[in-house]
Design a protein. Structure first.
Length: 471
């Protein structure tokens, strides 16, 4: 009874019919006096039917839109179930979640969200196939969309029927115009023809205009409801997917045990086969290793022998080439240098001999110089003795006469008279000797300084000794 009453209160036909009756009651009572509205809505019975279909369709879309708003208001309250835990729950708790949905319906009322959750939980409770939950949720979403499409069936039928009624009014109007045409009375028949054509065109225009508004209203409501379905699908998926753990059935458990036993037997056999194969491979690899080592040793010996032979041959050839290159180098390049070195060595040897001779000569000169120094010392002693005896002047004159004789014998020119005065220069002058004076008793150092011969005057001795050496 409640469903019947609810169906009556939510019936689009009822409320649409009441709206049509109210509209035409207002027209009959004179509440609507607009001539354009009256012309297009109350000119012919076909127009009454078109207006009635339009109002019923609009009331159906209005109920759909109000239902969508109610669903959106229920969705704004958020999810029903608690957040998903890390550890998945058993399917046996589906009854607890169904009770949660019942309590939520008492607060939120019935909604598409709660209805889809209930159907998903009933599926898990009956089948216990968690792996098929995703498929079931997708099928439930498709079922809801299909049910919503079925709810638009009457509106779609009106969208199709209203233009046809307009065309029907056109046919009726043209028929009325042609039926009232009387060629004998053209004036009266022309008025009937015009009224019939007015009905024809007015019904078509009314039908096209109303179906235009009805179609766009349908598009708007379907778009809003489509967004609602997408939101419900996302919310249900977030609450159901990943919440329950899969529980295998008894048959699945038996199959699992059988498969486990079979896999265990197969693994044992495979393990034995693998061990045997490994042993064969180890033997084969050991044999191959021995053969390889033997072949490697033999090959190494052969390679070593070949390398030794080739190396010896290469070394011998290289030695021959180096010997030829060395001889060629000595012949073409080093021979002039060797010859030059020999000549330089001969010259150096000659220079060494010359240096030796000059060194010997220099030693003789030095020894002669030493002898002359001794002679000078003795001469100074003699002169000192003569000066003490009182006959120094006569002795000096006689020595001065002897010096040219010595130079003439030696064949050396007389030395030039020294420019600087000497301490002995007064002794060699040809002036007559002064009268002897009494000898004063002077110290030995002063007497020696007065009679010592200057070293310049002893050069004749050195030149005479050098001349004798060279002779």
């Amino acid at each position: 009874m409640k469903r019947l009453i609810k169906g009556l209160f939510t019936s689009a036909v009822l409320w649409g019919g009441l709206a049509t009756a109210g509209f035409y009651l207002a027209v009959a009572r004179g509440l609507i006096t607009d001539p354009l509205v009256l012309r297009y809505t109350a000119g012919h019975p076909v127009e009454y039917i078109i207006v009635g279909m339009f109002l019923i369709g609009m009331v159906a879309l209005l109920f759909k839109y109000l239902g969508v708003l109610r669903q959106q208001r229920a969705m704004s309250l958020g999810p029903v179930f608690p957040p998903i835990r890390r550890k998945r729950e058993n399917c046996g708790r589906a009854d607890e979640y169904l009770e949660t949905i019942d309590r939520a319906e008492q607060v939120r009322g019935k909604s598409l969200h709660l209805d889809r959750l209930r159907r998903a939980l009933l599926f898990l409770k009956s089948s216990r196939r968690v792996e098929e939950l995703d498929t079931e949720l997708r099928l439930l979403a498709e079922d809801d969309e299909a049910a919503s499409e079925r709810g638009y069936g009457m509106v779609r039928m009106f969208i199709w029927a209203i233009p046809i009624l307009g065309f029907l009014g056109t046919v009726v109007g043209i028929t009325m115009a042609l039926g009232n045409l009387d060629l004998t009375e053209l004036e009266s028949s022309s008025q009937n023809l015009a009224s019939g054509l007015n009905v024809a065109f007015d019904t078509t225009a009314l039908a096209l205009t109303l179906v235009f508004f009805l179609y766009f209203s349908l598009f708007f409501v379907q778009r809003v409801e489509g967004r609602l379905f997408a939101r419900v699908t996302r919310l249900v998926d977030s609450e159901m997917r990943g919440r329950f753990a899969r529980i295998p059935s008894e048959n699945e458990q038996n199959n699992t045990r059988a498969v486990r036993h079979m896999l265990k037997t197969l693994c044992g056999a495979f393990d034995k086969m693998v061990q045997a194969q490994i042993q064969r491979w180890e033997d084969a690899l050991a044999k191959a290793e021995r053969q390889t080592s033997e072949l490697t040793r033999q090959g190494g010996e052969q390679i070593r022998q070949v390398l030794q032979d080739s190396f010896k041959e290469s070394v011998a050839q290289h030695a021959r080439l180096m010997s030829g290159a060395q001889e060629k180098l000595l012949t073409e390049t080093l021979t002039p240098y060797i010859r030059a070195l020999k000549e330089s060595a001969e010259k150096i040897s000659a220079l060494q001999d010359q240096f030796a001779e000059e060194g010997a000569l220099f030693r003789d000169i030095l020894s002669a110089t030493g002898k002359i120094s001794m002679l000078e010392d003795r001469l100074n002693e003699n002169l000192h003795a003569l000066s003490q005896a009182g006959c120094f002047s006569e002795t000096v004159n006689s020595l001065a006469a002897v010096i040219p004789l010595l130079y003439s014998r030696l064949g050396a020119p007389m030395p030039a008279k020294p420019q600087t005065p000497s301490r002995l220069s007064p002794l060699f002058q040809s002036t007559p000797a002064p009268e002897p004076k009494p000898v004063e008793n002077k110290p030995a150092e002063e007497q020696d300084d007065s009679i010592r011969v200057h070293p310049r005057h002893s050069v004749f001795g050195r030149r005479a000794s050098r001349k004798g050496k060279s002779a």
